[in-house]
Each structure stands twice: as C-alpha cells, then as structure tokens.
Ligand binder design. Structure first.
Ligand code: AMP
Length: 218
C-alpha cells in the first residue's frame, strides 16, 4: 500500500504510523525523522534544514525533493508521515511515476488537544521511541523503555514553537484536505482518544488499501 498520513502536528501521526507500518508490514517514512537524523548527523541537508526545523517553519521543498524521491522508490510501498506538507509537495508526489497513492488518511484533532499532546511529548534520542508524560509515560518516568537512554523534549515541541507549527499547518498543510478530497483519496478519522482507539480506527481504513491483507490475516 501507498498511503499518506495527514493531520496537524500532535495528531499522533508518528505514533500511529510506527504501529501501522509494523502491523501491515510496510515502511514508515517520516520526513521529520529524516530531517532530525540529517541534523544530528551534521550532513549538508541537516545544516541547511536546522534553522527551519527548530523555528517550526517548513524546510524549503526543493531541499527535501531528492531525498524523499529516493526513499519512496527504494521502498515502493509506504506510510508517508509528514509529507506532503503543502500543495506544491503534493503535486511533486503526483509526478513520481509508479507511485500512485491508494489513499490519504486524515487524522483530525482539535487545537487544545494538540497543544497538550505536543508539550507533553518526550522522545528517545537513540531509537526515536515516542512517549507522553501523561498519556504514555516511560516505565521509570524518564528513560526510554526500549534502550534506556534519557528522554528529551524536541526543540520544536516547546510551547511557542508549537503555536508557530500549528499556524504553519493551517496556512500551508490544511489546504491538502480539499486537494485530496477532490481526488477522491481522502478518508477521515477522529484522532481523539487513546493510542489503541485511534489505531483501531486507522487500521480499519488501511485494510481497504492493503491488497494482501485478507490473505495474510484470515
Ligand atoms: P514532524 O516531525 O513531521 O513534525 O516535522 C518536524 C519539522 O521538520 C517540521 O516542523 C518542519 O520544519 C520539517 N519538515 C518535516 N516534513 C517536512 C516537509 N514535508 N516539508 C517541509 N518541512 C518539513
């Protein structure tokens, strides 16, 4: 399957994409993760992107185009998380031959919930595991339950940057809802509730896109 996960920052796209990718056996491609890895690794892309990411702004699309294209062709099937972020990127995606999307899953969450979720989010700097100080705390309250590394708060999860990211989302990314609706690709789910509840809703939709699912799971 080739599916885009669309939704505001804090909608739970990353958490859900990780679980869904494992459940359906496809790659989880996150442009945010790619950029954070590039920044941590001090690559040319990382150096150019760092200022934008830390300020909560979108990285210029031309910086991302090649790396996204390469990763998409490498995988062939994917859950794409964090891309496209604007109409220009969606149009770029449509130019990639053989990578037609099966669907776009829009995870809808209200603003108050988003701010609460983002400011409580903590991540493992080593393996990327995501926690939330209230909803999904790590086993001992501060370290990664998988590898033991001390959890950190993403630079761009601080309150002021969160507000900026929500503004950027509404201006640049929200128009994609209409864009994909007009192509008959959009499916919407309610992103409120527990991680398990949202997972169940998302998996129900994705089953419809997965050609091999019925054979594998019956
Ligand atoms: P995310 O982890 O998806 O919230 O992304 C974190 C940050 O990475 C965003 O706030 C942007 O600065 C940058 N970013 C991620 N994906 C994109 C994209 N498709 N286009 C531009 N910037 C992006």
């Amino acid at each position: 399957m080739r599916v885009v996960l669309l939704g505001p920052p804090g909608a739970g796209k990353g958490t859900q994409a990780e679980r869904l990718a494992e459940y359906f056996g496809v790659a989880h491609l996150s442009t945010g993760d790619m950029l954070r890895a590039a920044i941590a690794g001090g690559t040319e892309l990382g150096r150019q992107a760092e200022g934008y990411v830390n300020a909560g702004e979108l990285v210029p699309s031309e910086l991302l185009a090649d790396v996204v294209k390469e990763r998409l062709y490498e995988e062939g099937e994917f859950l794409l998380d964090g891309y496209p972020r604007n109409v220009a990127q969606a149009e770029f995606l449509e130019t990639l031959e053989g990578l037609t999307l099966d669907g776009v899953l829009y995870v809808n969450v209200d603003d108050d919930t988003l701010v609460r979720r983002l400011s409580g989010r903590r991540i493992c700097p080593e393996d990327g595991t995501i926690y939330h100080i209230e909803n999904d705390p790590p086993p001992n309250g501060k370290d990664c339950g998988v590898c033991g590394a001390e959890l950190i708060q993403r630079e761009d999860d601080r309150e002021e940057t969160v507000r900026r990211r929500l503004g950027v989302y509404k201006e640049e990314t929200e128009p994609l809802i209409k864009f994909y609706k007009s192509r008959g690709l959009l499916a919407e789910i309610d992103g409120k509730g527990t991680v398990d509840e949202v997972f169940t809703r998302a998996a129900e939709v994705l089953k419809g896109y997965d050609r091999g699912f019925a054979d594998d799971h019956c």
